[in-house]
Design a protein around this ligand. Sequence first.
Ligand SMILES: C[S@@+](CC[C@H](N)C(=O)[O-])C[C@H]1O[C@@H](n2cnc3c(N)ncnc32)[C@H](O)[C@@H]1O
Length: 275
Amino acid sequence: MLKVEAGKTFHTHKGYLKFDDLIGKEYGEPFKSSLGITFTTLKPNLTDYMMKSGRNTQIVYPKDAALIVMFSGIGPGSRVFESGTGTGALTTALAHYVGPTGKVYTYELRPEFQKNAAKNIQRAKLQNNVEMKSGDVTMGIEERDLDAVILDLAVPWLVIPHAYQALKPSGILVSFSPTIDQVVRTTEALRENGFVFIETIECLMRTMQVERGKTRPNTMMTGHTGYITHARKILKQLIQQTAQADTLLQEAMPEVNLTEEVEQENNEDMAEESA
Ligand SMILES: C[S@@+](CC[C@H](N)C(=O)[O-])C[C@H]1O[C@@H](n2cnc3c(N)ncnc32)[C@H](O)[C@@H]1O
């Protein structure tokens, strides 16, 4: 990705490009290098801004960011919390989707990473959709009534109780983790802290070589990036009430195993449906 500046040149192994030749041209218009090779310009899109960001951490790739955006349910106007900011690749995607009426609050522990992420976000012209904060997110989240909390850091399970406080009821938490050990601890914390519909997925992306008579998956692929765990917040009061109601019923009818009874009903329903 290049910034075109008057009077400057860019050297490639296919000859150099004079930026003055580009100024005033439309995206997609062809032009020639000093060696007569044809080039063209394309307007950077969200994927370009993420993949070409100046990196000082591992980033969330577009294939995972796309699913994180879908599972988090965010859109124009959403208020989203994110940590850690890292390189700001995921922040860029989130900021794009919440639009100018929404906001991404992104927390980062290390000031030098935050500074670099700020540059990346600015380059994508999304800085007005983002509020950057310094600090350790395991100590708490200041924001309240958030639509979504997105985590990509080493110890997401320590943030789950704070995420519960910060989310609006029915709000969504999405956590991205490279190892399954992190997923287990995060899921346990979600179960203990008032979240339901907890699911973990992994997205494997195979690119294709497409040529008539030879179309097939490419030999090389990225084997693993990370797991995506997502969950919904419910009111803890409801969980406690349900647990209390179950206990009262168990006490009133000690011989009845509620779980078995529900399972039996489900089996009968399924048998009826398939008959
Ligand atoms: C894998 S990187 C995040 C990459 C980011 N999602 C992206 O796409 O560019 C994890 C980041 O979390 C930050 N971090 C780790 N623990 C943290 C904490 N307790 N509070 C805030 N940030 C933290 C790290 O400094 C690091 O920058």
